[in-house]
Design a protein around this ligand. Structure first.
Ligand code: LUZ
Ligand code: MOS
Length: 754
């Protein structure tokens, strides 16, 4: 089954927010933001801007009818700054004009006088002065203090990873339309329609039922539109409500880049202890998350970091403290992996450091410590599968890693200027929102009189192919031609109280709800069929648009059955509600069973370094991945390829830079480098691990959105291994991204034979 959007996308016919035809009289909104990172607004003068012809109104916090508060988890984030500003890019006002161009001209005419304070940008500095966004959390298992005595080898170090710009192709956008009786309809490029609805209701002081959110599809999101689509939708809604005119906002790329939050940079201290035979006995870590100026999703992200302390390893004694540090940068937010990649980079750093000190390949320590079925994670859940070891073993065999290692060794012996490096990267990622109540979804299914089917769910299509998977679920459950099924827009009046499409769980949660709705309809149709065919209900089956009785095809076809059922006044509409069973978590003990299941896999990455220039290219990424039983391998492989390239980008090229005033320097695509086709690995091969998928995954097909991102972490260690073979005096460092500049410096640090 091909992605149902492929043709629309390549022909340019797919509708994104900015393609929605504008109503006559539509106005355009443009945010005006703080140009200092920390301080007080002493005076603002809007008079020149307001006087410009075509400017309709400039909105500030004073124009908010309800609460000036948009914090999703903690109420610490105003929509518009009142007296104080906490980051460059923080909205102060919103200019509404007859065109975007006029709004831009007006923006230049706003005069602000600030009283500036020195910003805090560094999370360690924030931690020293006790600047946290919320209290720290600690996860513990075993007994860390007594375990150090049992260790033969103990190593300590530091590991840092940088942030990451989402760079969704479609920037943040919303289009708000006033409806009759003071109601509002808002098109929003959001992963979380209900969050947008709820927050607009709050800032307008209206009940939620007056606000309708509609989402056709997003041009990418990657977590950047889980919470942070709300800001812009609120601005459009406030203006549309006040002016009773349609108002559109669509951020310019450079505004989007400097105003919105990104992946959290982390800086961490670790201590790792190993036995004589290289079992990791103890692991202790302090994570300092750079949270930015407001909490946003940081509490949930910090929690997911703590759920991934040990990646796919079993470590009996663990202690981890996690701090979310308040800094004067835009609130950092969800990004594919949601804090887990940051944790995994730390444990992989610790293993690489130990291996370096012991002068052995990192793979030996990695292999010895892989999780087995029945092993307990630090948070109390037990591993239910052996897929960490299985994927490692299959990767070793399929890709002949011993031979690959030899080839690399030979290559490196014969080459002065070019060196190759290899790394293995196992992953283990927990599937479910870590906040248990979010693991629910609903679906609404109509069968029309002619036998065609309309499906609404809470899932948002953002290029990941969730609509195709949902269409498959409906078509398969009814056993009808997929062409009979249409996926409707995601709309809060059809499916209410949605969780954001996030945490890799859009297809699982919404697919299960959809299955339930379809099955309820099927039961009714079986009853009708049994009456028509004069047989027992149990004898009825549906196959290929035909009603079967005792495994034999009857004359009754799907569309005739539906037509008759309608004339007999059968109910042809159903809703399905799904709440994931099994999961629970006790925050007072930091123990429980938070995940429905885990996704595993092993990647091997190889890189070639140009040791004269410090540049590199990835030769191949070869993966054995645990899909469960993939319901759509093409879509899943698309997710793998995209995630691997994005993960490699995070580890290598993508470097955020701010100056000491907190100004984003990497504020455009000329200064912020994302992987292009040349930076992508020359080859990505992915072999499905032979497993039976879990019942709790939709059609036993495991969630695939985030886990493969973390294969990219191996890129760092592959580069590091190549550097080691060029410069034996290189001191191991764990400070991602490993940009060509850093690689070049590492190649020649303390190099005495050149
Ligand atoms: N979003 C969220 C997520 O709200 N909770 C989560 O656990 C999560 N995990 C991954 C990505 N987004
Ligand atoms: Mo996400 S990081 O919005 O699944």
């Amino acid at each position: 089954m091909k992605n149902i959007d492929s043709i629309g996308h390549v022909t340019g016919k797919s509708i994104y927010l900015d393609d929605i035809p504008e109503q006559k009289g539509s106005l355009h909104a443009l945010p005006f933001a703080s140009s200092i990172a920390r301080g007080r607004i002493v005076n603002i003068n809007f008079s020149k801007a307001t006087a410009l012809e075509g400017v309709v109104k400039i909105f500030t916090w004073k124009d908010i009818p309800g609460e000036n508060q948009i914090g999703g988890i903690l109420p610490d984030e105003p929509l518009f700054a009142e007296k104080n500003v906490d980051f460059i890019g923080q909205p102060i006002a919103c200019i509404v004009a007859e065109s975007e161009l006029i709004a831009r001209k007006a923006r230049k005419l706003i005069e602000v006088e600030y009283k500036e304070l020195k910003p805090i940008l560094d999370p360690r500095e924030a931690a020293k002065s006790g600047q946290f966004l919320f209290p720290p959390r600690t996860f513990q298992s075993g007994n860390i203090d007594s375990s150090w005595k049992k260790c033969t080898h103990i190593f300590e170090g530091r590991s840092d990873s940088g942030g990451q710009e989402h760079l969704y192709i479609e920037t943040q956008s919303a289009y708000a339309l006033p409806m009759e009786n003071g109601n509002l309809k808002v098109h929003s490029s959001t992963q979380g329609p209900t969050l947008v609805q709820k927050t607009i209701a709050k800032v307008l002081s209206l009940p939620m039922h007056r606000i309708e959110i509609d989402v056709q599809r997003l041009g990418g999101a990657f977590g950047g539109k889980e919470d942070q689509a709300t800001v812009w939708a609120c601005m459009a809604a406030i203006a549309a409500n006040a002016l009773q005119k349609p108002v559109k906002i669509s951020l310019h790329r450079m505004d989007d880049m400097y105003m919105t939050g990104k992946r959290h940079p982390y800086t961490s201290d670790y201590k790792i202890g190993l036995s004589e035979d290289l079992k990791i006995l103890a692991f202790e870590v302090d994570y300092f998350q750079n949270g930015g100026a407001a909490a946003d999703l940081s509490p949930a992200i910090l929690e997911r970091t703590l759920f991934h302390i040990t990646n796919s390893y079993f470590i009996p004694n663990v202690k981890a403290n996690a701090y979310s540090c308040k800094t004067n940068l835009p609130p950092f937010t969800a990004f594919r992996g949601f804090g887990a990649p940051q944790a995994m980079f730390v444990v992989e750093s610790a293993i690489a450091y130990a291996a370096g000190e012991l002068n052995i390949p990192g793979q030996i320590i990695q292999r010895k410590n892989l999780l087995k079925k029945g092993d307990t994670f630090p948070y109390g859940q037990k591993a239910e599968e052996d897929n960490a070891e299985k994927s490692w073993e299959q990767a070793t065999k399929h890709f002949n890693i011993p031979k690959l290692s030899k080839e690399i060794e030979t290559f490196n012996k014969g080459n002065e200027q070019f060196k190759k490096g290899m790394a293995l990267m196992p992953i283990c990622f927990g599937i479910s929102f870590t906040k248990t109540p979010m693991n629910q979804a609903r679906a609404l299914v109509h069968i029309y009189q002619d036998g065609s089917i309309g499906v609404s769910t809470g899932a948002v299509e953002m290029g990941q192919g969730v609509n195709t998977k949902l269409l498959q679920v409906a078509a398969q459950t009814f056993s009808v031609n997929p062409e009979r099924v249409k996926l409707e827009t995601t709309n809060t009046t059809r499916v209410a109280n949605t969780s954001p499409t996030a945490a890799s769980s859009g297809a699982d949660l919404n697919g299960k709800a959809l299955q339930k709705a379809c099955n309820a309809l099927l039961e009714r149709l079986k009853t009708r069929s049994a009456k028509l065919l004069n047989c027992k209900i149990d004898a009825i089956q549906f196959k290929d648009e035909t009603v079967f009785v005792h495994e034999k095809a009857s004359k009754l076809k799907w569309n005739e059955l539906i037509e008759t059922a309608f004339l007999e006044r059968d109910q042809l509409t159903e809703v399905g509600h799904y709440a994931t069973p099994v999961i629970h978590f006790d925050k007072t003990k930091e123990k429980g069973h938070p995940f429905t299941y885990h996704v595993y896999g092993t990647a091997v990455l190889t890189v070639t370094l140009d040791c004269l220039r410090g540049i590199y290219s990835f030769d191949e990424v070869k993966i054995v991945h645990d899909f469960g039983e993939s319901m759509n391998l093409e879509i899943d492989l698309g997710q793998i390829e995209g995630a691997v390239v994005q993960g490699i980008g995070w580890m290598t090229l993508e470097e955020l830079a701010w100056d000491e005033k907190g100004r984003l320097l990497s504020n455009s695509l000329s200064t912020y480098k994302v992987p292009d086709i040349y930076a992508a690995p020359k080859e990505i091969i992915c072999i499905p691990l032979q497993t039976r998928g879990p019942e709790l995954a939709i059609l036993k097909s495991k969630a695939v959105g985030e886990p493969p991102f973390m294969y990219g972490i191996g890129a760092y260690f592959a580069i590091q291994n190549a550097i080691k073979s060029f410069n034996p005096n290189y001191q191991l460092k764990f400070d991602a991204p490993f940009t060509p500049e850093k690689v070049l410096m590492s190649l020649y640090e303390n190099k005495n034979d050149s």
